[in-house]
Write a new protein. Structure first.
Length: 281
């Protein structure tokens, strides 16, 4: 039978955006076409809300965003929080203490804004191994003298903690140390980072929660992703789409593998399953 897709969830980096962190005119047009057909478009990203490109935040068809790997669901038009599941200040401090054992750039996300130590930001190329991310990172983070001190002063729950490692062997050691801590969820989206959220937080769970809130069934949801933090979303969606450039863990749980992000794979998947009449199942 035919199953109409009513909601599309899209990761950003490595999925909707090119390696230059742009969205192509063709992809933008396809999103607008899907929106005109009444499809709900949701950005589902590890980025904080302020890290979502403005052109996407302002696109009429994009009304909701899942930010910081599922820490928050945001109404992008009202700029209001629909749901949130935050990391406790106590656990965040514990994560930063572990991170201090290694040569890592650490950041904390408070209220949809990322904060980073200014000294580490001055060595960004050492920690962020993808030059295409540098401008985005510089333009969206606030630099502070000491994020540990900031975290203790604020003494409030946060979206997530992220660590970017200069040395991958240190990242692996930190991963093993962090996974011993209860009450957290950790993922890797870049290959050289660790993202830490509250226990149970992931894109998949929040996507289904949003769908339920909107009266959209699981089988009416399509999700596109490429990285480890997309596995749950691609697996739990009615139609899970892996990018051609996705890691094997995403491809293994996907129903379909589209083209790469450089070859506008998201737009091609939307055309195939939505704009040409829907999915056969």
């Amino acid at each position: 039978m035919d199953q109409k897709i009513k909601l599309i969830a899209l990761d950003l980096d490595g999925t909707l955006l090119t390696e230059k962190k742009k969205i192509t005119p063709y992809t933008m047009q396809i999103l607008e076409n899907a929106s005109r057909q009444g499809v709900v478009i949701v950005i589902a990203t590890g980025r904080p809300f302020m890290g979502i490109p403005e052109e996407l935040r302002n696109l009429p068809g994009i009304r909701y965003a899942i930010s910081s790997n599922g820490a928050k669901i945001i109404d992008t038009k009202k700029k209001s929080i629909i749901m949130e599941h935050l990391l406790s200040a106590q656990l965040a401090i514990k994560m930063l203490e572990i991170g201090n054992h290694y040569d890592a750039l650490q950041e904390v996300y408070f209220e949809d804004q990322g904060y980073v130590d200014e000294a580490k930001m001055n060595q960004l190329a050492k920690y962020h191994h993808n030059p295409n991310m540098w401008e985005y990172f510089k333009s969206t983070r606030k630099q502070v003298p000491d994020i540990m001190e900031l975290t203790k002063q604020k003494n409030q729950d946060m979206d997530k903690v992220q660590m970017l490692f200069a040395d991958l062997s240190e990242r692996d050691k930190a991963w093993k140390e962090i996974e011993q801590i209860k009450g957290i969820t950790q993922v890797d989206s870049l290959g050289y980072n660790i993202e830490i959220n509250a226990s149970g937080v992931n894109k998949g769970v929040k996507l289904l929660e949003l769908g339920k809130r909107l009266g959209i069934k699981q089988e009416e949801i399509m999700a596109c992703g490429d990285g480890q933090n997309d596995v749950t979303m691609v697996q739990m969606a009615g139609l899970g789409v892996a990018m051609g450039n996705a890691i094997e863990a995403v491809k293994n749980v996907a129903d379909y593998v589209t083209d790469t992000n450089e070859q506008e794979g998201v737009a091609k998947a939307i055309e195939k399953f939505i704009l040409e009449g829907g999915r056969e199942c």
